[in-house]
Design a protein around this ligand. Sequence first.
Ligand SMILES: [Zn+2]
Length: 192
Amino acid sequence: MIKSKPQSSAPKKGIEVICGSMFSGKTKLLIEKIKHFKENNYSVRVFKPEFDIRYGNKKIVSHDNKETYAIPVKKSHDIITTSKSSDIIAIDEAQFFDEDIIKVCKSLSKEKLIIIAGLDMDFLGNGFGPMPSLMNIANKITRLHAICDICSGKAYHTYRKSSVKNKILLGEKEDYLALCKKCFNKNTTKNV
Ligand SMILES: [Zn+2]
């Protein structure tokens, strides 16, 4: 038996990606969407990578301090086992998940709406983790931008001020700048 949806306007199944630079409002938009669906009585499960404990272990928080409960998961496969009864899956910081997230999202999107937020590019301007593949299989992509910290243009790049080489450095405003393409290229040295 197919369980009837709480409303006639059930959300579409499929994959929606929200991407952009740091400080572009990805988590804010994700939280707004989660809130909207919850208000319409949909069951929404929210996931984030386990090591991201910047704001406490069991929530995601936007830079304007909106927050919602989120389940920290170690491997993307854990999302399948934890999301059986929900209508909608939301995933934050998807760039930090393993490559299996692509298969997981593909499989879950046959039955549910999957909304994924993440950085599409790392601090070198390269595709970040599984994000480019997730964008390739998405039904809808919303690309957000921040304001360039140098020229106030549209910032799609994240620039790291710190000299630490680890890609998985979790970001706060003091470590990163949002830059437009021109300012990013001007300030990024070729350290491949
Ligand atoms: Zn700029």
